[in-house]
Ligand binder design. Structure first.
Ligand code: 3HC
Length: 318
């Protein structure tokens, strides 16, 4: 059989496995485009987890109590771990950590737009935990059924920790809304600034999405951007109203016929500006990451030297 027929047969067999809900594992045959799409999405997910530590880490030294400080430290540490699980999942596709980090630093690889906004007050830490982690949970719960085994398994572990992240954020907002007028105003101001960027986390509308059709066919993506966004809006609006916050969308209205909230237009020009590097904090976020990466080079070198020594010892013994 000539090469073209072989790959056609392999593609058909591969798609039949996907359609049968089989998990694809690192050593299985997969179309090169499937592998590249996964490296793109998983690495950007990993970058998001790590860059996302910056806006929250910014408040660890300024948390209003020892308890809030401990909770925030635990959350930020969790996010670092999520990044590691996801980088490890991406590496099973034959790409190195160095390549992935390099693509982040050169801008060839994105991270979630939401993390390019500043965390201006303590209420932002509440809004990030509540809204950003809620949005992440909605997305990640569906990704637990993604077709690539290592990614699906990483999601199961990550989702368990995300619910704590969301709860602590919502608890901060609830506490502020039971507080003084200034505290209530601070919470509302945070919601006003984080609401729309949270909706942008789910990506462009389905008709504008470059990857969704193929990602859905390969069951990398299990639900569409708009479907996930709608679930997020439906739950977050009720949570906001339950503690007396007002969602900053004059077009927000419950639609009985649809059984969902209708909501206003997302500013996709802002979205495009932010994902092309011109958001409020893009440069700061990348500069901070590059600086930390450079400062940590000695740790990586020491670990590599130690591993090389261990390997040569094992060879001598063998
Ligand atoms: N921020 C940055 N880039 C975005 C984006 C966003 N919110 N939404 C979409 N994009 C990019 C896509 O990456 C793609 O660009 P690329 O070709 O250079 O990769 C382009 O916009 C077109 O978007 P598509 O919808 O076609 O892209 P996808 O099919 O990949 O869908 C996605 C976008 C829904 C974000 C999908 O990639 C996904 O589900 N990723 C996994 C989840 C994830 O990355 N979440 C980020 C947040 S992690 C987090 O919040 C951690 C929490 O613990 C705090």
């Amino acid at each position: 059989m000539d090469k073209a027929n072989v790959s056609e047969t392999e593609e058909r067999t591969f798609q039949a496995r996907i359609d049968a809900e089989e998990k694809i594992e690192p050593k299985d045959w997969m179309p090169e485009k499937y592998r590249r799409n996964l490296i793109r999405q998983i690495s950007q997910h990993a970058h998001s987890e790590v860059i996302g530590e910056q806006p929250e880490g910014n408040w660890i030294t300024r948390a209003p109590s020892l308890e809030r400080k401990a909770i925030l430290m635990a959350k930020v540490q969790d996010e670092a771990g999520h990044g590691l699980y996801l980088y490890a999942a991406a590496e099973t596709l034959g790409v190195t950590r160095e390549e992935l980090i390099d693509r982040l630093h050169t801008g060839a690889s994105k991270y979630a737009s939401i993390f390019n906004y500043p965390s201006l007050t303590w209420a932002d830490i509440g809004a990030i935990g509540w809204l950003v982690d809620s949005a992440a949970i909605v997305n990640q719960v569906s990704l637990q059924n993604t077709s690539y085994g290592p990614y699906a398994r990483a999601m199961v572990r990550i989702c368990k920790e995300e619910s704590f992240h969301q709860r602590q954020g919502y608890n901060i907002m609830m506490t502020l809304m039971k507080g003084a007028k200034l505290q209530r105003e601070m919470a509302q101001d945070a919601l006003d600034r984080w609401w729309w960027p949270s909706l942008m986390m789910f990506g462009p509308h389905d008709g504008e999405s470059a990857h969704s059709a193929q990602s859905m066919k390969w069951k990398i993506k299990r639900r569409s951007n708009d479907d996930l966004r709608q679930q997020f809006v439906d739950q977050a609006v009720q949570q906001a109203e339950a503690i007396g916050l007002v969602v900053p969308d004059p077009d927000l209205k419950w639609n009985d016929a649809r059984g969902h909230y209708d909501f206003g237009a997302i500013d996709w020009q802002e979205f495009e500006r932010v994902i092309s590097g011109n958001g409020p904090c893009n440069r700061q976020r990348l500069a901070h990451h590059k600086n930390a990466h450079d400062e940590g080079a000695w740790v990586r070198e020491a670990m590599a030297a130690h591993e090389a020594k261990q390997r040569s010892k094992a060879r001598d013994v063998a």
